[in-house]
Design a protein around this ligand. Structure first.
Ligand code: FRU
Length: 518
């Protein structure tokens, strides 16, 4: 079985579209959305995901399946858990039930258990409700059987979904914990179980912070702060659609304590503050990503060395069904490794892309011999050929420029500029912005052209960026993962020229390395 995806520039309605991403998972010729049931076992990462096996728009929701050994090159497998006449198979998670607590395997052959949402269809006795169900696998996730006793947890409500299950080791023994949402109520519900079949209500969290849309796809996990095993905090992530910071879909998170029953956030901003104080805005909350296209991120079960690795869906419900690609539609984000660090006096998530040593295995590496300074001008610092994905690591030493950054100019066969995505740091505002309004095909949906920004603080006058440009996306990791912006872009097929830009003064690009892959 080969684990590399082929590049395939294709056309939709006669229009040229960008090539298939090389560093991101796409299904061969179908639709995908949320990552589901991320699980690591015996050197292999399994990615299950919301998939329409019969088309490239949302529908017939089933779990697709892909595997990878390095989180970049993926092999697609047959559909794992399929929709049937009674239910769509919505998002959820997978645990390896090592002690066979569920009885769905044997002690010698522990079952993999998927906990998913049954979205009951018209004609089902449970039509209109959503409840949590099980499926199990005896062959490392390749084939699945739905549990005869489904659903295992129902509230007889219409929007109870997206169970994420993990093993919790408490002072008085361990048990399974499920976090799921009542999407319309903006609440995360917590349950516990000894056997994955019977669930006991524990508590709930929310509404809190952003509540302008449905809450979806929660996750809950512990991480040490600054690597200090004596200072562990719990992170509750909750996705929201619409109503996220960049518009439409996005993910917020809360940091606090989990005592085995209840999650308590350390810092909650009151929606209606004391008289005289200003109400918080969306930008005052903590976000997993400040771009338009990072949604439904969840973490792997059983990741090696206790690493907390997440993957998100790289799209936005505002326009996901219309993105100009084909026959596939939607890609996963790069995998990200999460940690917690004290930043500005309080813990926050740090996110780093998981990129295996591509430079040596597949890519070509370019470096900057000496620092480059520009003043009120722009200068090309790298050109790439058609079909290449770029991993760019850059450090800027701020000078007098009011705004500085990089332009990613899309170039046609004769080197002509066909579009561009820009990245700018605004020195006075302390903001980093991605502008895709002039990028390739931005006109396929009225909500697509946009400018996204996030607060970024310089350190000793330095801005450090890691940028991954694939054929239809840009992911920016600022200040070694303190903040991220993920945006789709759809350039016409062609090369790219990276330009250093300064407005209203000067800036120095002190470090630059580019890995070109493809
Ligand atoms: C999030 C979501 C989930 C649901 C799934 C259906 O994108 O709406 O809440 O389980 O997608 O595909």
């Amino acid at each position: 079985m080969t684990e590399t995806q082929t590049l395939s520039g294709t056309a939709v309605d006669g229009q040229p579209v960008p090539g298939r991403p090389v560093l991101h998972y796409t299904a061969k010729n179908t639709w995908l959305n949320d990552p589901n049931g991320l699980v690591f076992s015996e050197g292999t990462y399994h990615l299950f995901y919301q998939n329409n096996p019969h088309g490239n728009v949302w529908g017939n929701m089933s779990w697709g399946h892909a595997t990878s050994r390095n989180l970049v090159s993926w092999a697609e497998h047959p559909v794992a858990i399929a929709a049937d006449a009674d239910e769509d198979v919505f998002s959820g998670s997978i645990v390896i039930d090592t002690a066979n607590t569920s009885g769905l395997g044997t002690a010698d052959a522990p079952p993999w258990v998927a906990v998913y949402t049954s979205a009951y269809k018209e004609g089902s006795p449970r039509a209109g409700t959503q409840a949590q169900s099980l499926a199990y696998s005896a062959d490392q996730g390749m084939t699945w059987t739905k549990f005869a006793g489904n659903p295992v947890l129902s509230r007889s409500t219409a929007n109870f979904r997206d169970p994420k299950v993990f093993w919790y080791d408490g002072d008085r023994g361990g048990y399974w914990v499920m976090v799921a949402v009542e999407a319309h109520d903006h609440t995360v519900l917590l349950y516990r179980s000894g056997n994955l079949r019977e669930w006991e209500y524990l508590s709930e969290f929310g509404p809190a912070h952003a509540t302008g849309g449905e809450w979806e796809c929660p996750d809950l996990f512990a991480l040490p702060v600054d690597g200090n095993a004596g200072m562990v905090k719990w992170v509750l992530t909750v996705n929201i659609n619409p109503g996220a910071v960049a518009g439409g879909s996005g993910g917020q998170y809360f940091i606090g304590e989990f005592d085995g029953v209840r999650f308590t956030a350390d810092h909650l901003l009151a929606a209606a503050p004391a008289p005289g104080a200003s109400a918080p805005t969306l930008r005052d909350y903590q976000w997993l990503d400040w771009g338009r296209d990072y949604y439904a991120a969840v973490s792997f079960s059983n990741a090696p060395d206790n690493r907390r690795i997440v993957i998100g869906w790289m799209s936005n419900w505002d326009y996901a069904n219309q993105t100009p690609t084909g026959p596939w539609r939607s890609a996963m984000s790069l995998a990200r490794e999460l940690s917690l660090a004290m930043v500005g006096g309080r813990p926050q998530l740090i996110q780093k892309p998981v990129l295996p040593d591509l430079a040596e295995s597949q890519g070509r590496v370019f470096g900057l011999a000496t620092a480059v300074t520009v003043e009120d001008s722009s200068r090309p610092v790298h050109s790439s050929s058609s079909g290449e994905a770029l991993i760019i690591r850059a450090e800027f030493l701020a000078g007098t420029a009011r705004r500085f950054g990089l332009d990613f100019r899309e170039t046609g066969p004769a080197g002509e500029v066909t579009g561009q995505t820009t990245l700018r740091y605004d020195a006075a505002g302390g903001d980093l912005a991605v502008d895709r309004t002039g990028s390739g095909n931005a006109g396929f949906h009225p909500l697509f052209p946009s400018v996204e920004s996030c607060p970024v603080t310089l350190r000793d006058g330095v801005l450090a960026l890691e940028i991954v440009l694939d054929h239809c996306s840009v992911e920016v990791f600022a200040q070694h993962g303190e903040s991220t912006i993920t945006d789709l872009v759809f350039p016409a097929p062609g090369g790219r020229t990276v330009c250093l830009v300064a407005d209203g003064g000067d800036v120095t690009l002190s470090k630059l390395s580019v890995v070109a892959i493809g």
